[in-house]
Design a protein around this ligand. Structure first.
Ligand SMILES: *Cc1c(COP(=O)(O)O)cnc(C)c1O
Length: 446
């Protein structure tokens, strides 16, 4: 029984569950999607909160420029390139066996500085917000100070009294660990079984304590939370519910708006943007989606992309049960090569916040993520980790599946496919060691 219903009852109510539990690739669209102008008003998260986060990151820019010299050229702002991937799109037509009309662009969070994944957005932000709060409370800074002061031994000594802890499948641990260590916090990362060895090694080399678990992400979070709660000086980064992480991700909205404009791409009601966001627990893609909705309203349609073995947001959102159900409840194993997406239970906070704004969810097999990884490398010389390819099939689902076509029809977009810009968010990969990237590539070849 799953929440007092048998699997057959669930299948009766939501026929797509049949294919989901058989691990088939599926696309679901959300019939609860409402008007952005009305739905955004109902939320506990606001544009002012995103603006506050943006201003905070601006205050920390001198710190970045001082502590991470690689960010100096961009004056301490961490932002990723946005590129058109026309060659890739052409190759994908062969891969999917379908014509792919419209423009395809990719946001390369894989190449965000310092930690090489989308987690650099939320993770850095939450650590720095906590550091700022402690420093303000203790009279060490004012809001008007030059924040390069955070890169001094005096500040590091102060922060060494305090601890930061987090549970992670890998990349969040990298970003929280690296930033916390730089600030001077004692930091412990609780890593799930999916986490790659090189990520643990890298963190340990920076003085981060890494605790490994034989279980999946949810267990690592639970244990991390427990240990942190026992230490009054410890701060727990709660990936499942964190509004701070969410805001760090949401800052991307105004930033990408400028990049899209600079590329000469128009987004309006006749030229909508479709965003495809790889989803684990939901914080990263959820925050990004919120940022995009604030900027583009009804002219952006966003989908969460998940592995066929970890469709937690899909099941949570479709059933409306959010974090009350896990993929394991439905007999799905949550075992995937897309380690950043290996999450069996979605964030209740994100699911509920976005339930009337998301366009839908779709799934992709590990095999196809590897194949697309190779095709992208060959056609554009861009190397991503498997998770970061999950959003790529979005363009094909929209243009060529029955579900996708029905969605376009609903929004009066049939015949206007040429006008659509398809944005695939490439969430990680530039830090993957060369030999491991070669393994990924070869898996895609064979
Ligand atoms: C974490 C991660 C995601 C998804 O972010 P969530 O906040 O877990 O949903 C996507 N891609 C990569 C590479 C990640 O590390």
């Amino acid at each position: 029984m799953i929440l007092n219903k048998s699997l057959d009852q669930w299948k009766n109510e939501f026929p797509l569950i049949e294919d989901i539990v058989e691990l088939k690739e599926v696309c679901w669209t959300n019939n609860k999607e409402g008007l952005a102008s009305e739905e955004l008003k109902k939320l506990d998260v606001t544009e002012e909160m995103v603006e506050d986060a943006r201003a905070r990151l601006d205050r920390f820019a001198p710190f970045f420029a001082s502590a991470f010299p690689e960010t100096k050229s961009e004056n301490g702002l961490i932002e990723s390139p946005l590129v058109e991937v026309g060659n890739f799109k052409k190759e994908l037509e062969g891969f999917f066996g379908n014509k792919l009309t419209g423009k395809m662009i990719m946001k390369l969070d894989s190449h965000l500085k310092i930690s090489g994944s989308i987690k650099a957005r939320g993770g850095f932000y939450e650590v720095l917000k906590h550091a700022e709060e402690l420093a303000l409370e203790n009279g060490l800074i004012t809001l008007e100070d030059d924040y390069s002061i955070f890169d001094t031994d005096k500040m590091r000594e102060f922060f060494s009294k305090y601890a930061v802890q987090v549970g992670s499948t890998g990349n969040l641990g990298l970003s929280i660990g690296i930033m916390s260590a730089k600030i001077g916090f004692r930091v412990t990362v609780h890593m799930s079984a999916d986490a790659r060895q090189w990520k643990k090694d890298l963190l340990r080399s920076k003085g981060v304590t890494v605790i490994e678990y034989a279980d999946d992400y949810s267990k690592a979070v639970e244990e991390g939370r427990k240990l942190s709660d026992m230490d009054p000086y410890s701060y727990f980064v709660d990936d499942e519910n964190s509004v701070n992480l969410f805001m760090g991700y949401a800052v991307s909205g105004r930033r990408i708006e400028k990049q899209i404009k600079d590329m000469g791409i128009v987004v309006d009601s006749e030229h909508p943007l479709f965003a495809y966001l790889p989803c684990g627990v939901g914080g990263g893609p959820g925050g990004v989606a919120f940022g995009l909705k604030l900027v583009y309203g009804d002219n952006v349609h966003f989908f969460f992309a998940e592995p066929t073995h970890s469709p937690c947001m899909l099941i949570g959102a479709m059933t409306g049960m959010h974090d009350k159900v896990s993929v394991q409840d439905f007999g799905i194993d949550n075992l995937t090569a897309a380690d950043g997406l290996a999450v069996g239970r979605a964030s209740g906070f994100v699911g509920k916040t976005l339930e009337n704004l998301m366009a839908g969810c779709f799934t992709v097999t590990d095999e196809n993520m590897y194949k697309m990884l190779k095709i992208l490398a060959d056609s554009e010389n861009i190397y991503l980790e498997p998770s970061a390819l999950a959003g790529v099939p979005g363009i094909n689902y929209m243009l060529n599946s029955e579900t996708g076509k029905a969605y376009l029809e609903k929004y009066n977009l049939i015949g206007k496919e040429e006008n659509i810009t398809h944005l695939s968010w490439a969430t990680g990969g530039s830090m993957v060691p060369k030999d491991i990237m070669e393994e990924y590539y070869n898996k895609g070849k064979n």
